[in-house]
Design a protein around this ligand. Structure first.
Ligand SMILES: [Zn+2]
Length: 489
């Protein structure tokens, strides 16, 4: 199995123009009346709550505390720290307040909150005993981009933005903190969302405006484009020095701490929808994060009243079984009156990617006829109600999760192309190959721009370490490092 070739993408575009209602992202978020801004659906919000829960749990382990910061940032300060013109162009600026009060210092609606975090740190930190100080906020941010797409590249999106300040001389502490955050993202993206991600360092050209170094996690979309899912920025003292965040070290000297930041946005849900989407126009959700892991649909006229549930009978047995499953999994139980209603709810469950669906109805001779459907494969088989055990559900959920992960790992493997020269790369592109292109590159901004102009490829990530024994495939200079190129979303 591979990704789509350019021709397939063209055909699909035509196809999707006719049948745009099949975009799985619309299950999670829909476009709002303001272009580039979206409304998260109840299902999308439930997924985001799962992400929040997982990250908050990991943050607690690392020692990160949540805060809430305001929406506005003074323009004068933003300009001082964000010097890259293309990033500044995305700021939404307020020039006038109600009653026509003109502002001398305009306000920027937060595109990110480095500046405000530095302000908070300047109030909280006094001595080396206050370090490291690790904070996070869950919020929405606004970056007005030229092109936009719901969840994948939106003008407004939701994210978690973590910031930490630490003694810049404690390199071991810095390495450990970085390792913990990277491990947290690996767990979320790979283990929880069953995505295959490549990780590494951004080149100078791609590094976040204001950061010294940026570490990134990148995935591959079915159309062959790469998508950034999470980043960690080493900010040095660029922001803390603006707000004069200082601490007294053990020798009573005043010093400026170093800062690190990390973020993951609702774009992750867009990636999940695009990547785990089946040919049957259905979303397959990774069971570890599915808001509903097991959907139970029961047709019974007797089981839907509390009084009947208490009777010692088959309904009582079923209700107790369902209750015990509810303790262990995220279960949704629906009692319906007829088959028609059951089929409507089942169809909705399949479309939303509920991993396991159990349907059951009473037959004339007071027996139960029941089936289990695995939504990822569409497989439906008859089982006895007594066979619906926690062991079966656990096993099935694990299987679906593992299959999704292995499938994505294979897709990434098959669509990672090695090249060693300009001719090699040309050949791959002539063959309509898409995905990650792996080669050796010097990392220089001018060289990267020339590669972008010549091949339409951008640097996605690099290994970080340069070697004198390696030479850039494009300009021939050394030292160079192993790098991945691609078409970025
Ligand atoms: Zn080069």
């Amino acid at each position: 199995m591979g990704l789509e070739t350019k021709n397939q993408i063209k055909t699909k575009k035509k196809y999707s123009e006719k049948r745009s209602s099949y975009d799985p992202i619309s299950l999670l978020a829909i476009a709002s009346p303001v272009k580039g801004c979206s409304v998260m659906t109840p299902l999308g919000t439930q997924f985001w709550e799962e992400v929040k829960e997982k990250i908050d749990t990991e943050h607690k382990r690392i020692g990160v505390k949540n805060v809430m910061l305001p929406l506005f940032i003074p323009m004068s300060v933003s300009k001082k720290v964000f010097t890259r013109r293309d990033f500044n162009k995305e700021f939404v600026v307020i020039k006038e307040l109600p009653r026509r009060k003109k502002l001398s210092d305009f306000l920027v609606i937060r595109p990110t909150s480095e500046v405000l975090f530095s302000f908070v740190f300047s109030k909280l930190i006094h001595s080396y005993r206050d370090l490291p100080c690790l904070l996070n906020q869950w919020c929405n941010v606004v970056r007005w981009e030229k092109s936009n797409k719901v969840l994948l590249r939106a003008n407004e999106f939701w994210w978690q933005e973590g910031h930490g300040v630490y003694d810049d001389q404690k390199k071991k502490e810095e390495r450990e903190l970085f390792a913990k955050i990277a491990s947290m993202y690996r767990k979320i993206l790979s283990d929880s969302f069953a995505l295959s991600v490549k990780e590494g360092w951004k080149t100078k050209l791609e590094t976040f405006s204001g950061a010294k170094k940026t570490y990134t996690f990148e995935s591959l979309l079915p159309d062959g484009q790469t998508l950034q899912l999470a980043t960690i920025h080493f900010l040095s003292s660029k922001f803390t020095s603006v707000y004069k965040t200082v601490f007294r070290d053990r020798h009573n000297n005043l010093r400026i701490p170093a800062q690190i930041s990390w973020g993951l946005s609702t774009r992750l849900l867009g990636a999940m929808a695009k990547i785990h989407f089946t040919q049957k126009d259905r979303l397959v959700t990774p069971p570890f994060v599915s808001p509903t892991q097991l959907l139970i649909l029961v047709i019974s006229t007797d089981c839907d009243t509390k009084e009947k549930e208490n009777e010692k009978g088959k309904c009582y047995f079923l209700s107790r079984k369902f209750f015990s499953l509810k303790e262990l999994f995220r279960v949704q139980i629906n009692h319906v009156k007829n088959l028609e209603h059951l089929l409507i709810l089942k169809k909705r469950g399949l479309a939303e990617g509920v991993p396991v669906i159990f349907e059951c109805r009473e037959t004339k001779n007071e027996c139960f006829e029941s089936y289990i459907t695995i939504s990822s494969s569409g497989l439906k088989k008859s089982i006895l109600p007594s066979q619906l055990t926690s062991l079966l559900i656990r096993k099935t959920i694990l299987q679906i999760q593992q299959r999704l992960k292995i499938k994505q790992e294979n897709v990434t493997k098959l669509n990672t192309h090695n090249f060693s020269s300009v001719d090699d790369l040309k050949k791959l592109l002539d063959e309509n190959k898409v995905g990650f292109f792996k080669g050796v590159f010097c990392g220089k901004i001018t060289c990267e721009r020339s590669i972008r102009d010549a091949f339409g490829l951008a640097s996605v990530l690099t290994s970080g370490k340069s070697f004198k024994s390696l030479f850039c495939f494009f300009c021939g200079s050394s030292p160079a490092k192993v790098s991945f190129f691609g078409r970025k979303y």
